[in-house]
Design a protein around this ligand. Structure first.
Ligand code: ADP
Ligand code: MG
Length: 718
């Protein structure tokens, strides 16, 4: 038996089973070995019919006969009935209220029946309302010693099942693979020293312990090992990518320190210590001679844009290596047009005095600053023209949305990429931003999504991490209220007072879950429009109310933002598109409707919209949920001092899978549990780092290339 042998080579599979195995992702013997139980015990004991005992939950296999349907004599209750038999006996099966069962099975078929046996009037045993399933063949183990003499005190392993493939079947298939020598074929990919260092069992032992543990400690120990193994491989992959990135050619950026300080002094505020530290980190990386890959994680409002601007200044004022004229270039990518526009406007303010040309490219058009005819202003230009200038290196700073990474955007000297709200972009996308001659730019990813440290290390293990962990001086904590239905009116009055005092209000409409994206947008639009109308007619007739949603054209969106920024509208009703980055300091209040439908991180982001000035700010979390767990979750929003605390809470309550989309990436449940354990993640990362440091070439890793590929291929971490 080889690990790469297909399972079908050792088991006669019915069509249903073949399909089920495929659904479960089980093709080879190796897949089977790495298919772990989710728990132990509590599955029905497989019995022969002759051995059934009254009142016991059991599973039996047999042939079905004497199917009939009828109605009970007095109550006229419909039922189906059949007789099940194997070589040791017969039993009656009866289903009340489920006469259709007689239709979905037919006489003479082999079936699996699970349920409780009860004594019938005549003193015999029958199954009442059991589960029934047609199977192709009796599993090899029925009546076999395997099930009756199991010494495990934990009970049998329970695997994720699919119709046609039960836990019992999997358990048996694994046992059979063990018996056929599969364990002799597996090579432990983790070096022995590491196993010893962290007291982890060998692969062979762990395999036995996970599929067939004798005691709880064994299964725990095995789980720990596999969790470590998985994180270790994720880290190997990340560290390997990092190494490749570091080996590529890059631009050395050496800013003039004095000029840079001048640039910083022009800000209307004093940089926070955290901002200064972040700038230091980045500039140090710029000078090293290999490409930076750094994650800047800072709560909403912590001032990431300023860090981006200063470091962009460093790049564009450094001359390119071979010619004295022209500039190194910077690309600044944002997830939405609104944000790209806003960054464009901010950068114009920061850079105007230097006469640096700035381009803007979004799906709906291009702009350039300064305009030739009107130097204080930006002007619309054609995409072709803009791209030509960018390719010639005449536009040092290009800001944009996804449009930035389209194929026809080429740079002459792209030295530095800044990605705002990095979690919205994948590694693949950022790799697309390259120069014609393959010089790799420095990369700064910025995110306001607070992620716990363990997750950051796992997901962004290839990036260095800088935290912007202090908020600008004078920034006050946003006061957060959980508003229950009966408090609604009272809250509206409080809000009215502050609106009258000159402040502004965001109203965020609830998220709507709807699989069809078009339908979803339509529903969201309808709900936002209805809410705006309701507020205008019933609650706030004296104020102007604007609307912002995904169906609007980019131009209309921009206008809606402008009207709000200029206080033409005091209230902006919006779907959650304002989630990221938007900056209107006078808007100090936010209502979030249907708050229970948002994740904590997103609620925190939304709340961040109003924490942008020295005014007191307020977040009204409207929810009519009655669930204790939901209210507790919302309550944590009131208590948490910052996004990092909130993220840790989320990690505890919801688990890492939910939190970060890890599940979609193919990370197993076992590894996800482990991600709660900072020590394990750090250990796996350090070991992986060391191995990659000592082995330039992945082929020479102490584990085989094949093993590495197998263990990382399923990770689609984009
Ligand atoms: P984010 O980190 O969420 O992207 P921004 O860069 O948009 O935050 O900054 C939020 C607001 O804080 C902006 O109005 C910006 O001008 C202001 N700001 C940034 N840094 C400071 C600082 N050091 N002191 C005071 N205000 C600051
Ligand atoms: Mg921002």
């Amino acid at each position: 038996m080889e690990l790469i042998d297909p399972i079908s080579q050792f088991h006669k599979l019915t069509e249903i089973q073949t399909k089920a195995l495929k659904r479960l992702g089980l093709n080879t013997v190796r897949d089977l070995l790495y298919y772990f139980p989710t728990r132990y015990g509590n599955i029905f004991t497989v019995k022969m019919i002759g051995d059934l005992i009254s009142g016991e939950e059991s599973e039996v296999y047999g042939v079905i006969n004497k199917l009939k349907t009828g109605k009970t004599f007095r109550t006229r209750m419909p039922f189906a009935e059949a007789v099940l038999s194997d070589e040791t006996g017969k039993k009656t099966l009866k289903w009340f209220h489920q006469p259709y069962i007689a239709k979905i099975i037919s006489e003479g078929k082999m079936v699996k029946v699970c349920g409780k046996t009860t004594e019938n009037k005549k003193g015999g045993l029958s199954f009442l309302n059991p589960n029934i399933e047609v199977v192709g063949e009796v599993p090899i183990a029925v009546g076999d010693s395997l099930f009756t003499t199991s010494e495990s005190s934990l009970g049998l392993p329970v695997y994720p099942e699919s119709r046609g493939v039960t836990s019992t079947w999997i358990h048996h298939a694994v046992t059979r693979a063990f018996k056929n020598g599969a364990l002799d074929k597996i090579k432990d990919p983790i070096p022995k020293e590491i196993l010893t260092k962290y007291s982890l069992p060998s692969l062979r032992t762990a395999m036995i312990w996970i599929h067939n543990p004798r005691k709880k400690e064994d299964s725990e120990s095995a789980k720990k090992r596999f969790a470590f193994e998985e994180i270790f491989f994720i880290q190997l992959k990340k560290q390997h990518e990092r190494k490749l990135y570091e080996k590529s050619k890059t631009f050395i950026i050496e800013p003039n320190e004095k000029d840079m300080q001048e640039f910083i002094k022009r800000f209307p505020f004093k940089a926070t210590d955290a901002q200064t530290r972040a700038i230091d980190h980045i500039v140090k990386d710029f000078k090293r001679g290999y490409a930076m890959s750094r994650l800047l994680e800072g709560d909403v409002g912590s001032g990431k844009t300023a860090v981006a601007a200063v470091t962009a200044f460093a790049a564009v004022t450094t001359p390119p290596p071979d010619n004295k004229y022209g500039n190194l270039q910077v690309a600044y990518m944002a997830p939405t047009e609104i944000l790209a526009n806003q960054h464009f406007e901010s950068f114009i303010k920061f850079f105007a005095y230097l006469g640096v040309q700035i381009g803007l490219i979004t799906g709906s058009g291009c702009k350039k600053f300064p305009s030739k005819t009107n130097p204080g202003q930006s002007t619309n230009i054609s995409k072709t023209q803009l791209l030509k200038w960018v390719e010639k290196g005449e536009i040092p700073i290009l800001i944009g949305t996804h449009a930035l990474i389209s194929k026809n955007v080429k740079f002459k000297n792209l030295a530095y990429i800044i990605i705002d709200e990095q979690h919205k972009f994948g590694t693949k996308q950022r790799q697309k931003l390259r120069n014609k001659d393959d010089i790799v730019p420095h990369l700064l990813s910025m995110t306001a999504t607070p992620i716990p440290r363990t997750l950051a290390l796992t997901l962004y293990g290839d990036l260095d991490l800088t935290l912007l962990d202090t908020l600008p001086l004078g920034r006050k904590k946003t006061e957060t209220f959980i508003v229950r239905p009966k408090e609604r009116e009272k809250m509206y009055e409080e809000i009215r007072n502050r609106l009258s005092a000159g402040r502004q209000l965001y109203v965020i409409c609830p998220r709507i879950a709807e699989p069809d994206p078009d339908k979803q947008t339509a529903l969201l639009v309808a709900s936002a429009e209805a809410e705006a109308k309701r507020l205008k007619e019933k609650i706030f007739p004296e104020f102007n109310i604007g609307l912002l949603h995904g169906k609007m054209t980019p131009k209309d969106k921009e206008n809606a933002m402008k009207d709000f920024e200029k206080n033409k509208n005091q209230i902006l009703v919006s779907t959650s598109v304002v989630e990221v980055g938007v900056n209107v300091p006078n808007a100090t209040m936010i209502i979030i409707e249907g708050a229970e439908r948002f994740g904590l991180a997103q609620l925190h982001q939304l709340r961040g919209r109003v924490a942008r000035s020295s005014h007191d700010s307020y977040c009204f979390v409207f929810s009519d949920s009655e669930s204790q767990k939901t209210l507790e979750r919302l309550e944590s929003l009131v208590k948490a001092r910052n996004g990092f605390e909130l993220a840790e809470f989320d990690l505890k309550q919801r688990g890492p899978g939910e939190l970060s989309g890890l599940k979609q990436w193919g990370v197993s449940d076992i590894a996800m549990e482990a991600i709660k354990n900072i020590k394990m993640v750090e250990a796996a990362r350090n070991e992986a780092r060391e191995i990659i440091e000592q082995n330039e070439d992945i082929d020479h890793l102490p584990l085989t290339q094949k093993e590495y590929l197998y263990r990382t291929q399923y990770l689609h971490m984009e």
